[in-house]
Design a binder for this molecule. Structure first.
Ligand code: IMP
Ligand code: MG
Length: 184
C-alpha cells in the first residue's frame, strides 16, 4: 500500500517501511469486532471494558463506540517493554483499575499480543479478583507466542512478525498518533 502524502510530516521524517493496515482497514475491522462483542454478552449484565495502556488507547476509543450496549470503561497500565523493540519478559502493573472486577464480565483490550508475556502475567492476576467472565480482545496478534494463559476471543488482525507502529503502538513513545499501522 502506498504511503500517504503527509507521512513525512507525521513521522518527523523517519523512514516508515510500509503501511500494513490503513485507516480504512482498521475502521472496518473495529466496527465488525464491536458488533461481535455487542452480540456476545447477555443483555442486562454488567460489562467492564478494561483497556491496557498505553498501547490500546486509540483502539479502545474506537472500539467502545462500536459496542452498542451499556459498558463501563477502566484502564490498567502494565509495562513490559523498555525503549527497545524486544520484550524484556518483565511485566509490571503500574496502574491498577479502581473498578471492582468481582462478578462482572470483564473484557481486557490489548493493542498487540507478541511474546504473550503481558497476557500470561495479567490474566491470573485478574482472575484472582473473581470476574464473572474474563475475555481478551486484541487488535493485533503476531501468533508467535506459545499457548497463552487465555487465548483472545476477538482478534482484529493476524499481524506479520515485524515491529509495528501507529494507531496506539509506539517505538520509544513515538508514532502512537499515526492513524494507520506501519512497519518500522
Ligand atoms: P507481549 O507481552 O510480548 O505479548 O507484548 C505486549 C506489549 O508489547 C504490547 O501491548 C505492546 O505494547 C508491545 N509490543 C509488542 N509488539 C509490538 C510492536 O510490534 N510494536 C509496538 N509495540 C509492541
Ligand atoms: Mg508499548
Amino acid at each position: 500500500m502506498s504511503l500517504p502524502a503527509d507521512v513525512h510530516e507525521r513521522t518527523g521524517g523517519q523512514l516508515v517501511q510500509r503501511i500494513i493496515y490503513s485507516q480504512e482497514d482498521i475502521a472496518t475491522r473495529v466496527a465488525e469486532m464491536g458488533r461481535e462483542i455487542t452480540d456476545y454478552y447477555p443483555k442486562g449484565e454488567d460489562l467492564l471494558v478494561l483497556g491496557l495502556l498505553k498501547g490500546s488507547f486509540i483502539f479502545l476509543a474506537d472500539l467502545a463506540r462500536e459496542i452498542a450496549r451499556p459498558i463501563h470503561v477502566d484502564f490498567l497500565v502494565a509495562s513490559s517493554y523498555g525503549s527497545g523493540t524486544v520484550s524484556t519478559g518483565q511485566v509490571n502493573l503500574v496502574y491498577d483499575p479502581e473498578a471492582s472486577l468481582t462478578d462482572r464480565h470483564v473484557l481486557l483490550v490489548e493493542d498487540i499480543i507478541d511474546s504473550g508475556n503481558t497476557i500470561n502475567r495479567l490474566v491470573p492476576m485478574l482472575e484472582e479478583r473473581g470476574p464473572k467472565s474474563l475475555e481478551l480482545c486484541t487488535l493485533l496478534h503476531k501468533r508467535i507466542a506459545p499457548p497463552l494463559a487465555r487465548e483472545a476471543r476477538w482478534v482484529g488482525f493476524d499481524a506479520p512478525p515485524a515491529f509495528l507502529i501507529g494507531y496506539g503502538l509506539d517505538h520509544s513513545e513515538n508514532y502512537r498518533n499515526l492513524p494507520f499501522i506501519a512497519s518500522l
